[in-house]
Design a protein around this ligand. Structure first.
Ligand code: BGC
Length: 495
């Protein structure tokens, strides 16, 4: 018989909290995914160059850099709950602003504002979840957040595809729409229909993100503040009442409060630690390096430009390109489960090696196939599409979730906020650079060489992992910290 105590029943409220906060992940994913299908229509409707499209894609990412960097301060000053609420409101307003932007310049401004919300959510929601989730479901809740990002991307791809389906059929506008006066509800109805039936389709694609954003905004009103933040600000009674809401008994509450009070005694002194302590500096550079690797795998080239890539591979109709993109999104969701299942069993590094090998080979194959002339040859086109999907499997089972896991494990407590701010900021900067340069690279080098370049980088990252990245499976964060600060090599801080 097992001696394990029966798992404590977790109240419904915990799932409600988890779901509402994980909606931030869904919104993050929606905003990442929605632009890939929308850009075809934006380019046609606003008649802009590829370079302008790169700016429209990446404005959100620069906004996310600023949002993530500002979040450390916002979370401390306003609390986690109000920061998530603020991001929900910004998500909703930003999406509507995007939908009504009159020209490309305003669209760039709107995407930047939306990016602030994405950056704030990407920093605050996982932090809030980690702080509020009871021990027994903590890992699951953070994984749920990761999974929600991929689901958000998939839903965005699907919604783009459905809107495009309506648009491509070119449903004729009803006569009454044109005849009715400007202030008439009928006129408004026909205006909305006209958006869904022409090049203005992108406005609906981008605007629909306001709906889940408003749901999250409303839901956050009912969320409690993070008890850790309350204790950090001397609000002990409120913290205890949050724990009571989560159905903890008195003894458990006392233990949680003691543990949190002990941990918040350690002052966060990131900057001074960074300048004074070489070991900490190395950890910060490792986090930055890990996030650069994640982005330079080229994942977001596919996330943002998949329909175009399918187009380059010879899939000519918009519907083929968009359905191909939906399959990419679905593969991304499903393969994330591989990481969730194996990360604590096989360890981080074996999965990362497997992932980089798959990603490297897959992209080299895509590059090779483009060189052999996919466009005129459907068989090669399908082979390239298959290799792209293989690349997505490689990413989602490894670098997607595991880089985030590693980045939450390698910093000593006194510099954790600082370290995570640096690595999350780097993630968005590298993300923006990838988003901003893909079309230019394709124009300059051709698609074949561009994919060969990304493929080669994936192979190179194996060397980085071999020499610099520790295996952290089953090692306590305290032990990792001890090893790091005692001057062990980065690769060995997990032993
Ligand atoms: C990355 C994002 C990427 C997403 C794809 C995340 O881990 O940070 O940049 O778009 O995975 O699923």
């Amino acid at each position: 018989m097992s001696n394990t105590p029966p798992a404590k029943k977790v109240g419904l409220i915990v799932y409600f909290i988890g779901f509402t906060a994980a909606l931030a992940g869904l919104l993050f994913g929606l905003d990442i995914g929605v632009i890939s299908g929308a850009q075809i229509y934006i380019q046609r409707d606003l008649n802009v160059s590829d370079q302008m499209i790169e700016w429209i894609v990446s404005a959100l990412l620069w906004g996310a850099v600023a949002g993530a960097l500002a979040s450390g301060v916002l979370c401390n000053k306003l609390g986690r709950r109000r920061t998530i609420m603020g991001s929900g409101l910004l998500f909703a307003c930003g999406s509507i602003f995007c939908a009504v932007a009159p020209d490309a310049q305003m669209l760039i401004v709107a995407r930047f504002a939306l990016g602030l919300a994405v950056g704030m959510a990407s920093f605050t929601a996982p932090l809030y979840l980690a702080e509020i989730a009871p021990q027994s479901v903590r890992g699951g809740m953070i994984s749920m957040y990761q999974l929600m990002i991929t689901i958000g991307i998939l839903v965005a791809f699907l919604s783009d595809t459905l809107f495009a389906g309506v648009a491509e059929k070119q449903i004729p506008l009803p006569e009454w729409g044109a005849e009715a006066g400007h202030h008439d509800a009928l006129y408004f109805g026909s205006f909305v229909l006209s958006l869904a039936t022409g090049d203005g389709t992108w406005r609906l694609m981008l605007g629909m993100v306001a709906v889940p954003a408003l749901i999250m905004f409303a839901g956050v009103f009912f969320l409690p503040e993070s008890p850790r933040w309350l204790l950090l600000n001397g609000l002990r009674q409120q913290a205890e009442s949050v724990f009571r809401k989560l159905h903890l008994d008195d003894a458990e509450i006392a233990a949680e409060v003691r543990a949190i009070e002990d941990s918040v005694k350690i002052p966060q002194k990131g900057w001074s630690l960074f300048f004074e302590n070489a070991a900490f500096r190395r950890a910060v550079f490792l986090g930055i390096g890990l996030q650069i690797c994640q982005q330079l795998t080229g994942i977001n080239v596919i996330m943002y430009y998949a329909p175009r890539i399918f187009g380059m591979a010879g899939f000519e109709s918009t519907s083929e390109q968009l359905w191909g993109t939906v399959i990419v999104g679905l593969t991304n969701v499903l393969a994330t489960f591989i990481a969730i299942a194996f990360v604590d069993r096989l360890g981080r590094k074996p999965i990362m090696y497997a992932g980089f090998v798959v990603m490297g080979l897959a992209l080299l194959a895509v590059g090779g196939l483009f060189h052999s002339g996919v466009e005129g040859n459907p068989t090669l086109g399908y082979a390239a599409a298959f290799a792209l999907l293989l690349f997505i499997v490689g990413f989602a089972m490894s670098a997607g979730p595991i880089i985030w896991v590693l980045c939450s494990e390698i910093y000593p407590l006194a510099g954790r906020d600082f370290g995570i701010t640096c690595s999350t900021g780097t993630n968005w900067i590298a993300n923006a650079i990838v988003g901003m340069t893909f079309l230019t690279l394709v124009q300059g080098l051709g698609p074949g060489n561009t994919f060969l370049l990304y493929g080669a980088m994936n192979v190179l990252f194996i060397i980085f992992f071999l020499f610099f990245v520790p295996e952290t499976k089953g090692v306590s964060l305290e032990q990792i910290e001890k090893n790091l600060m005692s001057g062990k090599r980065l690769r060995e801080i997990g032993r």
